[in-house]
Design a protein around this ligand. Structure first.
Ligand code: KIV
Ligand code: ZN
Length: 516
């Protein structure tokens, strides 16, 4: 009999900790619904104590999701855990995930606590969590750099207090596969009550080994839960990539002897959605979800694939959802068809007005572009949410002129409250001129860290999707914008980033706190 591997997705928590990846409540809800369609076992919806916004997002997800357990991250203290319980308790199935650092370095330098204090704090936190929640997970942060003997004491104690899942974190991506797998096996062998918990792995990708380490934790260490994110999104080099773990286990069932509950046909739609919302573009050669992952460019490979698919293909593109790139709507599609398709994509607009505005945008787009794909609809709705939110700046109008041998020139009108402001500027290119015109109105003083353009679908009539990353005073935000005109998409993305800079509240990063 094949055993189950639990897939715990932390795109909305660890993924969101990635600088610039922060999402609104509505965006998180859209991703959570897609994760539910993907059939992940656990959705880590956020860190409720980070801010009121994070609390509300976790609560909204908990109240909506029915087919996955909803988890919230809490530091090992009563206040965080109470906040987590408050946000999660409306869910059909929910989990408190509490953590504290256990490596000598983190305990001494970050927490400034003795090992005995950390042990006691972990024990009390799990006891408190278990008094308020059935399903409690405990993570030793920087677990992979912790001393085995001390970790055994902590984990034995928290299992005794009722922790059901023990998640060994390779917080800084320091582990190597064989060693990490053996480390987990040693812990399980030495801890007398280890069989009372499900063992889990949580690996970061700093050395590019997060997936390998996770799978070693499974095969050598006996872990039966993997924590991961869509597209491997996450701080620094990211987390274990969900799609890679799931497809490795499925494609090499002969080796792993495990199965997941995942509906793999939802992988590519999930990847697209996360990329569209966060502005973190997927590299073309990324396994499973990269644009080239199933493209057979070389003549020899094409010949082989035409004769017998398996010669060069170990998975089928359809199995991970690549075929979803099909025409879904066109110029003649009506409002009901539009609403229905949005519903199928898990998008529920808040009001009839929002639906009318989105439908108008859809009609405008269908005038410019005969075939409308799911990706277009997602981009359109993201764009609508971006412009509809209560924001400081609104792009009212823009135009630009450029040509060979001429210096590009742009005119921009931005709305701020009831006032419209106009500016003109020259620049090195049409985008540069547009950004300079916007800046001369907004005067944000932000630094442009990244500008990237991607086609939403194929062909020259495709919408361009632009990401603009701005930094000011240590804060980093990503703005996204989509349009068939890439200069307009660029202006939308820049204005979106300015609005995020203007509106984002200070949030607590769970792992950067000195006190638990
Ligand atoms: O990387 C890490 O240590 C974490 C824990 C909070 C699980 O994200
Ligand atoms: Zn992490």
């Amino acid at each position: 009999m094949t055993e189950r591997l639990i897939i715990f997705d932390t795109t909305l928590r660890d993924g969101e900790q990635s600088p610039g990846a922060s999402m609104t409540r509505e965006e998180k809800l859209r991703i959570a619904k897609q994760l539910e369609r993907l059939r992940v076992d656990v959705i880590e919806a956020g860190f409720p104590a980070a801010s009121n916004g994070d609390f509300e997002a976790v609560r909204a997800i908990a109240n909506t999701i029915k087919d996955s357990t909803v988890a919230g991250l809490c530091r090992a203290n009563d206040r965080d855990i109470s906040r987590g319980v408050e946000a999660l308790k409306g869910a059909k199935a929910w989990r408190v995930h509490t953590f504290i650092a256990t490596s000598p370095l983190h305990m001494e330098k970050k927490l400034r606590m003795t090992p005995e204090q950390v042990l006691e704090q972990a024990r009390l936190a799990v006891r408190f969590a278990r008094n308020n929640c059935e399903d409690v997970e405990f993570s030793p942060e920087d677990g992979s750099r912790s001393e085995v003997a001390f970790l055994c004491r902590v984990l034995e104690a928290v299992i005794k207090e009722g922790a059901r899942t023990i998640n060994i974190a390779d917080t800084v991506g320091y582990a190597v596969p064989q060693q990490f797998g053996e480390f987990i096996r040693t812990l399980r062998e030495r801890i007398p009550n280890s069989d009372k918990a499900v063992w889990s792995v949580h690996c970061h990708n700093d050395l590019g080994m997060a997936v390998a380490n996770s799978l070693a934790g499974v095969m050598i260490g006996g872990a039966r839960q993997v924590e991961c994110t869509v597209n491997g999104l996450g701080e620094r080099a990211g987390n274990t990539s969900l799609e890679e773990v799931v497809m490795a286990v499925r494609t090499r069932r002969d080796f792993f002897g495990l199965e997941t509950r995942i509906d793999t046909a939802q992988i590519v739609p999930a990847s697209r959605l996360v990329s569209q919302i966060t502005g973190f573009v997927v590299q073309p050669n990324k396994a499973i979800v990269g644009a080239n992952a199933f493209a057979h460019a070389s003549g020899i490979h094409q010949d082989g694939v035409l004769k017998a698919r398996q010669t060069y293909e170990i998975m089928q593109a359809e199995d991970v959802g690549w075929t979803t790139n099909k025409i879904v709507l066109g110029k003649l599609s009506g409002r009901n068809a539009f609403r229905q398709r949005l519903k199928e994509l898990g998008i529920e607009l808040e009001s009839e007005e929002a639906l009318n505005a989105a439908f108008q945008k859809f009609k405008d787009l269908a005038d410019k572009k005969a075939e409308i794909f799911d990706e277009d609809l997602n981009a359109l709705v993201s764009d609508e949410a971006v412009t509809a939110a209560t924001e400081r700046w609104r792009l009212v109008h823009m135009s630009q002129a450029s040509g060979m041998g001429e210096q590009p020139h742009a005119t921009v009108v931005l709305g701020e409250g009831g006032v419209e402001r106009k500016a003109e500027s020259r620049g090195d290119g049409p985008v540069d001129a547009t950004f300079k015109a916007i800046e001369s109105i907004a005067r944000s003083g932000a630094d442009l860290l990244l500008y990237s353009v991607n086609a939403v679908t194929q062909g020259t009539e495709s919408q361009g999707e632009v990401t603009v990353r701005l930094a000011r005073g240590g804060r980093i935000v990503n703005g996204v914008g989509a349009d068939t005109d890439i200069v307009v998409a660029s202006a939308k993305a820049y204005v979106n980033a300015l609005n995020k800079l203007a509106s984002e509240v200070e949030r607590v990063n769970p792992q950067l706190q000195t006190t638990p």
